[in-house]
Ligand binder design. Structure first.
Ligand SMILES: [Fe+2]
Ligand SMILES: [Fe+2]
Length: 166
């Protein structure tokens, strides 16, 4: 199995994008199906932003200082997603704001993933050697085993709070 960090993150993105499309295609009254899709989105996004925040972003920032602005913008975008995810976790399908909040989350995260894939992942590929990118990927695989799956878990909350106070 590849431990290439960019391949791993893009695989996550693909799975997340699939859930987004399924949500958009689900019928207006498909409350149960939409609830399940959102639960899965929350789980995947919580894990994914955790491994990026803990491993990918700090490593890239350290090794490629030119990408600092991209990384800082990405942290802020994660923070917006974290807040939306936390609020969404408290809603039930059928609640007045459930659909609207999910739609805004989808718009934000799509934009963010597009930027990662099109803007700065290629710069990482160019700037770091294959071996380094594989080492970062191996670290992310390790980090995933302790990653939170729910926004209410302490390590997920810490991430949201760090983004505000540090
Ligand atoms: Fe990200
Ligand atoms: Fe990502």
């Amino acid at each position: 199995m590849s431990t290439d960090a960019i391949v791993l993150l893009k695989n996550d993105h693909k799975e997340i994008r699939k859930l987004f499309t399924q949500f958009e295609k689900a019928g207006e009254n498909a409350h149960a199906a939409k609830g399940k899709l959102v639960d899965r989105m929350i789980e995947l996004l919580t894990q994914h932003t955790y491994i990026e925040n803990e491993v990918m972003y700090p490593e890239v920032r350290r090794l490629l200082p030119d990408l600092e602005d991209d990384i800082l913008e990405s942290y802020e975008e994660h923070h917006v997603a974290d807040v939306l995810v936390m609020e969404l976790a408290a809603l039930k399908p059928g609640d007045e704001r459930f659909e609207a909040k999910t739609t805004v989350l989808i718009e934000n995260v799509r934009h963010h993933m597009d930027e990662e894939e099109q803007d700065w992942f290629p710069k990482v590929r160019e700037g770091l050697g294959r071996k380094t990118i594989q080492e970062i990927g191996a670290e992310m695989i390790k980090a995933r085993t302790k990653a939170p799956r729910k926004p209410s878990q302490p390590s997920a909350l810490k991430k949201t709070i760090d983004a505000v106070v540090s």
